[in-house]
Design a binder for this molecule. Structure first.
Ligand code: HEC
Ligand code: HEC
Length: 222
């Protein structure tokens, strides 16, 4: 019955997302100065992108549960930085997201401006490289960012990148604890990870082809 609940939750989220998509960030939130016109549903992934790029948590810029407050100087700095990134991309890279927070910050609040000593200065003379061999099956699969267990052949990881206003936000999904469900191997432990965040779901029971009443997919009454 747990899967029942799980499917229902997914359905409800899907319905509420399609309704919410028409809302802009400034309609949904209280103090939007930069992200005006951004679909409201895009705000959270963009915030996750910023946090991951700086290697910080939400409270680095926000007062707990009062995200609209402008009390922390870091939030004000971030507003200037977001504007700067827009300007850099607009003025120099045809508006494409060539430069993002991560370009400079590399997972740290304070970027490093002084280059390391000794980089690229000296390298031992090495024999000329042989021509590149053809890619292996593994290399080809790596490009599709799906990872399989070499012994069992089961999918153990999936890696995707989704667009945010500021850059690509990576998401890694790990599948564990495969068990046989009516002749099909299904993972009972799933972990999702993105920069600075990880969460998971442990499944107790999976039933296949359970008849579902269509009315269960109706949006909840307000
Ligand atoms: C480096 C600073 C920084 C971090 C870290 C950060 N934010 Fe933000 N956040 C901002 C800025 C700047 C704005 C205002 C954007 C604007 O003015 O358009 C904002 C706005 C918001 C808003 C809208 C609030 C309102 O009512 O106006 C929410 C919600 C929010 N952030 C959630 C989060 C969450 C959740 C996290 C952690 C995953 C997070 N933020 C991490 C800088 C940050
Ligand atoms: C071109 C390089 C560059 C990019 C891109 C960049 N930053 Fe920065 N950021 C800096 C530098 C340099 C500093 C330190 C400034 C100083 O020390 O006065 C800084 C400082 C900050 C601070 C203040 C840290 C503190 O300790 O007070 C925040 C917050 C911040 N950046 C957020 C962002 C966010 C969010 C983005 C993406 C929207 C971003 N930055 C993109 C270079 C960059």
């Amino acid at each position: 019955m747990r899967l029942f609940a799980f499917i229902l939750i997914v359905a409800v989220i899907a319905v509420s997302t399609s309704r919410a998509q028409q809302q802009t960030a400034e309609q949904r939130f209280k103090n939007i100065q930069i992200f005006k016109g951004l679909p409201a549903t895009q705000l959270e992934p963009t915030m996750a992108f910023i946090s991951g790029s700086l290697g910080v948590r939400c409270n680095y810029c926000h007062v707990a549960n009062q995200f609209d407050k402008d009390e922390k100087p870091t939030k004000l700095a971030a507003r200037r930085m977001i504007q700067m990134v827009f300007n850099i991309n607009k003025g120099n890279f045809n508006g494409q997201g060539a430069v993002s927070c991560y370009t400079c910050h590399r997972g740290k609040p304070a970027p490093v401006s002084v280059p390391l000593v000794g980089q690229n200065l000296w390298a031992p003379s090495s024999p000329s490289p042989s021509p590149a061999p053809l890619p292996s099956v593994k290399q080809i699969l790596d490009r599709y960012e799906l990872f399989f267990d070499v012994r069992t052949g089961l999918l153990v990881r999936r890696y995707t990148e989704s667009e945010t206003l500021l850059g690509k936000l990576p998401l890694q999904t790990d599948y564990e604890d495969y068990r046989d469900v009516g002749g099909i191997k299904q993972p009972f432990l799933i972990h999702w990870s993105m920069p600075g965040r990880t969460w998971g779901r442990k499944i107790d029971e999976i039933k296949q082809n359970v008849p579902l009443d269509d009315t269960k997919f109706n949006p909840p009454q307000k």
